[in-house]
Design a protein around this ligand. Structure first.
Ligand code: ADP
Ligand code: MG
Ligand code: MG
Length: 252
């Protein structure tokens, strides 16, 4: 589904990704772990198309509807989203003055338009929103409030997952969705990710520092990102080894 080959990228003229290669197939969940400053968020931003993140080499392709290879790096961020990419932020942004419901309905209908589907009516949208909010144990009252404004860290992350459920992406890149979550919110987010994304036609890149989220969302593969490259790959046991021995010992 996703093929990253020798990806190199710079931020403010500073090389951060230095030849990163990764293949993700449909139905797979890949955890990306690594020390602070390794380039994990940079990878997410580069895949999402954030301005200021300059690709200096390599390629990224995403499989299209009919199995054709889409050159992801050629697309604008909204086109990447329409192609089925979702980026869950490490630090979700607050959008004062725009309610969650307005925001999500606009986003969902823009997405549907790009896919050649009819827009959802108000009633259809609310039904969908209620279902996804329920998965994440989010009160509908929260969906009426401005996007993320005054939300706790955990509420912001759950809100990101509600958004993901409504947009129904085929590839989700989740950047430290577990940061700022208490134990209950961690379990709820983990179960939400499984319910929404653990499907044969979807895939997830789960960026995380810690093993704990992986107790709920079992990865098929675990990769260590250090110094802008994948330096080690393995199965779920690699995450446990990292947790007990640390990045330096395992990935040196
Ligand atoms: P991680 O998510 O793995 O902790 P990041 O991708 O956020 O790492 O950052 C990788 C490196 O890029 C760090 O050294 C960070 O300081 C640097 N970096 C990120 N954003 C910028 C920026 N806007 N300007 C300069 N350096 C940046
Ligand atoms: Mg970090
Ligand atoms: Mg980060």
């Amino acid at each position: 589904m996703l093929q990253i080959t020798d990806l190199q990228a710079s931020v403010a003229d500073k090389p951060i990704l230095k030849g990163l290669s990764l293949t993700v197939n449909a139905g797979e969940i890949h955890a990306i772990m690594g020390p602070n400053g390794a380039g994990k968020s940079t990878l997410g931003y580069v895949l999402g198309g954030r301005p200021g993140y300059e690709v200096t080499g390599g390629s990224v392709t995403l499989d299209g509807q009919n199995g054709e290879k889409i050159d992801l790096l050629e697309l604008d961020p909204h086109e990447r989203a329409a192609a089925g990419l979702f980026l869950g932020f490490q630090y979700p942004v607050e959008i004062p003055g725009v309610s969650n419901v307005q925001f999500l309905r606009e986003a969902a209908n823009a997405q549907r338009k790009a896919r050649g589907q009819d827009p959802l009516s108000g009633g259809e949208f609310l039904k969908l929103a209620r279902e996804k909010a329920g998965l994440l144990r989010m009160d509908m009252d929260m969906l009426k409030r401005p996007v993320n404004v005054g939300f706790s860290g955990g509420e912001k992350k759950r809100n990101e997952m509600v958004q993901m459920g409504i947009l129904d992406p085929k590839l989700a890149i989740l950047d430290e969705t577990d940061s700022g979550l208490d134990i209950d919110a961690l379990r709820i987010c983990g179960e939400g990710i499984n319910a929404i994304m653990r499907r044969p036609d979807k895939a997830v890149l789960l960026i995380t520092h810690y093993q704990r989220l992986l107790d709920y969302v079992k990865p098929d593969f675990v990769h260590v990102l250090a110094g802008g490259r994948i330096v080690k790959s393995g199965g779920p046991e690699l995450a446990l080894q990292l947790e007990s021995e640390g990045y330096e010992a395992v990935a040196a």
